[in-house]
Design a protein around this ligand. Structure first.
Ligand code: GLV
Length: 308
């Protein structure tokens, strides 16, 4: 009945301590060689190595250690094996920090001042009340909602788009194809927090940028594959976009000499916007195992059709 945490051993050791404290009835292991594959009923992984699942024939649930599941080859995962993504408060909190920080950096022109300082330029740029800045979210799930809650406290004007209809208190919500066309012109800053699916791959492209207000900025915390890279370069060159803050790229890291590395309008961070936090994630996984055993729906259960 073991849960095998098959990822970074240092964090696995942290999980082991927390599991022993909080759910002593669930055997936990993070050293794959220390458990017989037949005993593994629950497997928690980030990037499963090819063929890994064939080793664990008695799996009842496969947990992703991240919020996304695009790193899995779904053809390799039996259709009747529940796949659960990480929907835990720590990852939401980290994302809320990163998005708020990025929006504030743009709002207060900090990225311009970095360049100015290096050039010994002392020149202020005007800023306006937060309510004048319209921040729009592509994606309205747990991560977007956590960021929205923080930005609401600052008073930004907020909207969100999702594929299917979703209502968020204090936020103008849009959905579907028509909703997207109405949403984009309202975004001075566009934050991408979409899952990567065949429908969203390459969605941040020239056609989408052209519907944003001229001079808009984008923040991509989804996946590198959401972005059409040369379209971004074109939009920055034409001034259609003013800046891009990218936490994700394709590939990661970018190859040496890639135009994004030195682009003065692109700010890169190394896929660090958020991370699963053992202290909170352990409770989420324990709760899900208990739900599974009680025949209840697990939180974060991935729909094999919508892929999130
Ligand atoms: C990280 O990108 C995640 O999916 O949690």
């Amino acid at each position: 009945m073991t849960l095998l945490y098959h990822a970074d051993a240092e964090r696995g050791a942290e999980w082991a301590v927390l599991f022993a404290e909080r759910a002593p009835e669930i055997p936990f292991e993070y050293r794959p060689d220390a458990v017989s594959p037949e005993a593994v009923r629950f497997l928690a992984v980030w990037h499963p190595a090819a063929g890994m699942l064939q080793r664990y024939r008695n799996l009842e649930v496969l947990f992703s250690l991240g919020a996304g599941v695009d790193q899995f080859d779904l053809d390799d995962i039996p259709k009747d094996l529940p796949l659960v993504r990480m929907v835990e408060p720590g990852i939401a909190e980290g994302m809320a920090e990163y998005v708020s920080l990025s929006v504030m950096l743009l709002h207060r022109h900090f990225l311009d001042y970095v360049g100015q300082q290096r050039a010994e330029v002392w020149k202020l740029k005007r800023f306006y009340p937060t309510s004048c800045l319209r921040v729009g979210f592509l994606g309205a799930g747990m991560l977007a909602q956590a960021a929205i809650a923080k930005l609401q406290a600052f008073g930004f004007t907020l909207s969100a788009w999702s594929r299917s209809e979703k209502k968020i208190e204090g936020v103008t919500s849009y959905h579907g194809e028509d909703g997207l066309n109405a949403f984009l012109p309202q975004c001075d800053i566009l934050v991408c927090l979409l899952p990567l699916t065949p429908e969203t791959r390459g969605m941040l492209d020239g056609a989408l940028f052209s519907k944003l207000p001229k001079g808009a900025a984008i923040i991509n915390c989804g996946r590198g594959q959401h972005l059409a890279q040369s379209d971004l370069l074109d939009a920055l060159a034409s001034g259609q976009l003013s800046r891009a803050i990218l936490d994700v790229t394709d590939p990661e890291p970018l190859p040496p000499g890639h135009p994004f590395w030195h682009h003065e309008k692109i700010f890169l961070t190394p896929h660090t916007a958020s991370m699963t936090q053992p202290h909170t994630a352990v409770d989420t996984v324990i709760d899900n195992i208990r739900r599974h055993r009680a025949g209840k729906t697990m939180v974060g259960l991935v729909d094999r059709h919508s892929l999130y």
